[in-house]
Design a protein around this ligand. Structure first.
Ligand code: ZN
Ligand code: ZN
Length: 112
């Protein structure tokens, strides 16, 4: 799959707990299938630090991406978990894209 935000950057499958997520090494973003994100956030186990990665380069967050699975334009919605985080979600497959650093912010809001 291709990163929704970076041209020519493939997503790399990364194991986190029992699930596999897809990360972009260039911008630090992470793609979750719709059933993957919520259980992961509630695990809050040390292994999750592997996903915490770097912050996205400037401007990436504002970019409109396309779903790596079906190329549908992603919608920007504020997360119910952390209002400071704007998620990109696919209206078609309900997958969720987190820009670099956003996973970290979400983890913190869940922990509070
Ligand atoms: Zn990227
Ligand atoms: Zn999709």
């Amino acid at each position: 799959m291709q990163c929704p935000k970076c041209p020519n950057s493939p997503l790399v499958a990364t194991q986190a707990q029992a699930i596999e997520v897809d990360c972009c090494k260039a911008c630090g973003g992470i793609w979750f299938d719709h059933h993957e994100l919520i259980p992961l956030l509630h695990e809050s186990l040390p292994e999750l630090t592997t996903l915490r990665g770097k912050s996205a380069p400037r401007g990436v967050n504002q970019k409109h991406g396309q779903c790596p699975r079906d190329n549908t334009g992603l919608l920007r919605v504020s997360s119910a978990l952390g209002r400071s985080v704007i998620l990109d979600t696919c209206p078609e497959c309900r997958g969720i894209w987190l820009d670099g650093g956003e996973f970290d912010t979400l983890l913190k809001s869940v922990a509070q």
